[in-house]
Design a protein around this ligand. Structure first.
Ligand code: ZN
Length: 351
């Protein structure tokens, strides 16, 4: 079987997508076919596999938001982004949008009514070949491997949008980062350092604490051994943090509210541990908090991120942290590994 992909035939547990052979076909105008060399998993792979209450996904579906590979074929009349050639390598920006609506023209492609995240609302990268619009391709920086390039886009774009665009993080401000060992958490820790902030990482495993220090966290709290809110008060001299980086949800939300300083911003991109939570309005208004929802980010900011990497490619200010690399054939096993939550950083499959 030369070309294969994984399919979610019906919603089920982690690891339930099944392998099937397929004909990737030829790309149409504006599109390219990429031979996938590496793809990275995200929690969205799991949510798409499990199914989300109230959301109808177009099954059967190939999961996988992130990927990098070699440009194999280009549709007729397709213009490639600067620096990319047929036969060369590229990585994928995971959000597809119409390109012609007001949101898209403004650059807010993730607010387009037709916005689709690959591997969630349309076929994704858990395959040997994938079709993408040429506008969704970017050059792989410096000496990065396909695995690193695949692990980069979704979490760094998400973390950048949350910290820069939504929370407007200022140098010297403090940020509480839940799940410092997760893909998006490990990106956030590095971006906070890059932006001149001070990160307080929360982890659930002492083994992860050391790695958070290495990524620039100024403080690390083990939530299983320490009271997070009390520890944050101690670290910040009772003031609280300026920004809470939330992607966990109901289990952490009351603590996030308690940890935020006056005029603090709580920015959320996920709810991996529960989606409904009480909101103490007295805390909200008395502390003059801002609660900010965030979903993906502007595609242009992947170019912004690449620019910062390109300035010092041998010692970049931030980089994707790889947890474990599986063979693409073992994509279901990689899903189970991610779901177990024991790793640090990104789970990747190599094709
Ligand atoms: Zn649009």
């Amino acid at each position: 079987m030369s070309s294969y992909r994984f399919r979610i035939l019906e919603h089920g547990p982690a690891g339930s997508p099944v392998k099937e052979s397929f004909d990737p076909g030829e790309p149409g105008p504006g599109w390219v076919r990429l031979a996938v060399k590496a793809m990275a998993l995200n929690h969205l792979d799991l949510w798409t596999t499990y199914g989300i209450e109230g959301v109808k996904l177009p099954l059967p579906l190939t999961p996988g938001c992130d990927g990098a590979g070699v440009l194999e074929a280009v549709g007729e009349g397709t213009q490639l982004p600067t620096g990319l050639t047929v036969g060369g390598s590229a990585f994928i920006a995971p959000g597809l949008s119409c390109g012609v609506c007001a949101s898209c023209l403004r650059g807010d492609d993730m607010r387009c009514a037709q916005y689709k995240v690959m591997g969630h609302a349309c076929d994704g990268t858990a395959a040997t070949h994938v079709m993408v619009p040429a506008a969704n391709l970017l050059p792989i920086p410096g000496n990065w491997s396909f695995e690193q390039a695949a692990a980069f886009p979704l979490v760094f774009l998400t973390a950048w949008e949350m910290l820069v665009q939504k929370a407007r993080l200022q140098p010297g401000e403090t940020v509480l980062v839940w799940g410092g060992g997760s893909g998006v958490g490990s990106a956030a820790l590095q971006l906070v350092r890059f932006l001149g902030g001070q990160a307080i990482a929360v982890v659930g495993d002492p083994m992860k604490a050391m790695k958070c220090w290495e990524l620039g966290a100024q403080h690390v709290i083990d939530r299983n051994r320490e009271d997070v809110a009390a520890k944050v008060k101690q670290i910040t001299g009772k003031r609280g943090v300026d920004v809470v980086f939330e992607h966990t949800g109901a289990a952490t939300w009351p603590t996030s509210m308690a940890c935020a300083a006056r005029a603090g911003r709580i920015v959320s991109c996920g709810s991996t541990v529960g989606r409904e939570t009480p909101l103490d309005l007295r805390v909200l208004f008395a502390k003059q908090l801002q609660i900010l929802g965030s979903y993906m980010g502007r595609r242009e900011h992947l170019w912004t991120l690449l620019g910062h990497v390109a300035r010092n490619p041998t010692n970049p200010p931030f980089f994707p942290v790889l947890d474990k690399v599986f063979d693409l054939e073992a994509y279901p096993e990689a899903q189970r590994h991610l779901a177990a939550g024991k790793g640090f950083g990104k789970v990747v499959c190599r094709a």
